[in-house]
Design a protein around this ligand. Structure first.
Ligand SMILES: *Cc1c(COP(=O)(O)O)cnc(C)c1O
Length: 364
């Protein structure tokens, strides 16, 4: 069968391996497997969220509230923005899909960092868009500007902090760049890890209200999958001026968020203390990874997220290391598909991190 020819040069997204698969493939007991591969919160979500979801478990027969008013009000309180300036997606992934489908088409150009979140390229290629990438591993605003001038892209992605490298842009520098971009270019600022960056270094923190107040061509993305510990619920959001949100709504399917997910995300926003405690622990544990890498002479990228990226020396092959760890029940991320000889490890609980150090000690 022939399919849409735009699909021919798309490589399917390679998700972090689920625990169930490692149980099946390697016959390892479920309790001996540690997954540090998808940047989930190792402490899960607030206990208040679990309680709230249990309380509404009898509401599954009816379609969800498609106005999503409870969640929009909670997000409105958090950011100080109006409900017509937000759209909720099944993960911020889905908002990326909406934005690309709403703005780009066959032959459009989409500018992004050389190494960045894989879904930008996948969605862009679905509509036949052409990908333009900067040369450097880290976001360099002068490289973005030069390529912006040369290609006049319809969309620019800025992922800060960046996945899979963990580095973050200086907020002022990013704002100065956006000021130079014409208002018909959609700039998507992906802040999936912004809660972590804000905690570690306020100069990296982007305030969505200020951002969308200043620019009519910017879409800010946030998610409940990382710091809020709700990866399994699939909830993310896009914040922008109403005109952009209106366009995104035209490509959104109705009832795209389940009743349970809407409740979980709304209640998660009521327990910021829980999230801040998790983030504090994250950076405390990250220090141990830094010490581990330094003792091994391995380069670690300064991270503003809940993961660390270890750049391996040539003699160590990242795919082989990831495979060897997998056989021992430790799931991490090999970054060879990004063109890097590196591994990405999500910061886990103290016990999970101990296990990583123990298992990787003889390998690294
Ligand atoms: C995890 C992640 C997302 C999206 O996650 P969802 O689970 O779809 O909300 C978006 N961007 C980056 C950079 C991420 O790491």
């Amino acid at each position: 069968m022939k399919f849409n020819s735009a699909l021919e040069n798309i490589k399917s997204y390679e998700a972090g391996k689920p625990i169930e698969l490692v149980v099946r493939e390697y016959g390892i007991d479920k309790d001996h497997i540690v997954k540090l591969a998808s940047n989930e919160n190792p402490f899960g979500c607030s206990p208040k969220v679990k309680e709230a979801v249990r309380d509404i478990i009898d509401n599954m027969a009816l379609y969800p509230d498609d106005s999503m008013i409870k969640l929009k009000n909670a997000l409105g309180d958090k950011y100080g923005i109006a409900s017509d300036e937000m759209i909720i997606g099944a993960g911020s992934d889905q908002v990326i899909e909406f934005a690309i489908h709403a703005k780009a088409h066959n032959g459009s150009k989409v500018l992004m960092n050389s190494v960045t979140f894989a879904m930008y390229e996948i969605y862009a290629k679905q509509v036949g868009a052409v990908i333009v990438r900067t040369p450097s591993r880290e976001h360099k605003m002068e490289e973005f500007y030069a390529l912006y001038q040369e290609h006049k892209p319809s969309i620019i992605f800025l992922c800060t902090p960046n996945n899979p490298t963990g580095d973050a842009l200086d907020a002022q520098e990013m704002l100065s760049f956006i000021e130079k971009v014409d208002s018909d270019t959609l700039v998507i600022v992906d802040g999936a890890y912004m809660e972590y960056a804000r905690f570690k270094d306020p100069s990296k923190a982007i305030d969505p209200k200020e951002l969308i107040g200043k620019f009519d061509n910017v879409l800010f993305l946030g998610t409940f999958s990382k710091a809020y510990g709700l990866g399994g619920m699939r909830v993310g959001y896009g914040l922008a001026q109403a005109q952009i949100i209106k366009a995104l709504y035209k490509v959104r399917p109705p009832f795209n968020i389940t009743t349970l997910s809407l409740e979980a995300a709304s209640v998660a926003l009521e327990d910021e203390a829980f999230v801040q405690t998790c983030i504090a622990d994250n950076f405390k544990e990250m220090k141990r990874y830094e010490a581990f890498a330094s003792a091994k002479g391995i380069q670690i990228i300064d991270s503003y997220t809940n993961f660390v990226t270890l750049s391996l020396p040539q003699a160590k092959n990242s795919s082989e290391i990831a495979q060897a760890l997998l056989k021992k029940g430790m799931i991490i991320r090999d970054l060879s598909s990004y063109g890097l000889n590196a591994i990405r490890v999500t910061i886990g609980t103290q016990v999970q991190n101990d296990r990583f150090f123990e298992l990787s000690e003889p390998l690294l």
